[in-house]
Ligand binder design. Structure first.
Ligand code: HEC
Length: 160
């Protein structure tokens, strides 16, 4: 009897751990918001060595995005607290470039108290909600720390 109760408890915990959070509303309209600056000029194509699939666009966002520039020049890293780096992946070549393409994966890094918090959200169809992928932050960091000198970010601002 005790063992059965344990199994029930574990099953309950497992379900709780799997309940995915949706992409926060504050981030879902980022692409069109004035708070974001697009870093890469063309979509970053898929690469066998990179675990992020699709054609990617990376945004640097802040409540006051002017903070990223000094005299019209990009200041670069390290990013200030309150920065949210958002990477959206589209399926077929780019959401702007290909009609009917849609964002199926969003990866975010938010700087809070000098440290990045990492999250990833996905969906299969464009009418679905983007839901968080239960992927440990430590795994994101273990790869992104290869570019610790660039504040853990691979994508840099391309001058325009
Ligand atoms: C094995 C390496 C690796 C792992 C693991 C990884 N990333 Fe990345 N990530 C990259 C690379 C490389 C890029 C550059 C863009 C590209 O080529 O997709 C990138 C880009 C990003 C960006 C855009 C800023 C930048 O660094 O260019 C964000 C945000 C991001 N990843 C979040 C995440 C999150 C969240 C996780 C964990 C769920 C994660 N990454 C796991 C390699 C990795």
């Amino acid at each position: 009897m005790t063992r059965l109760r344990w199994i029930g408890l574990l099953a309950g915990l497992h379900l709780a751990a799997c309940a995915s959070e949706p992409l926060p509303d504050s981030l879902s309209d980022y692409a069109v918001s004035d708070s974001c600056v697009i870093l890469n000029l063309d979509p970053i194509p898929p690469d066998d060595e990179v675990p992020h699939p699709g054609y990617k666009t990376v945004y640097a966002c802040h409540d006051t995005p002017e903070i990223f520039f000094e005299d019209g020049q990009w200041v670069g890293t390290p990013y200030p607290d309150g920065t949210i780096i958002i990477k959206e992946s589209c399926m077929d070549g780019g959401c702007v470039e290909v009609e009917g393409d849609f964002v199926f994966l969003v990866a975010t890094a938010e700087k809070v108290g000098g440290a990045w918090e990492w999250h990833e959200y996905t969906r299969n169809f464009d009418y679905e909600e983007l839901l968080e992928v239960p992927f440990p932050e430590s795994a994101c960091i273990s790869c992104h720390e290869d570019v610790a000198a660039a504040d853990y970010m691979f994508t840099v601002y391309e001058a325009r």
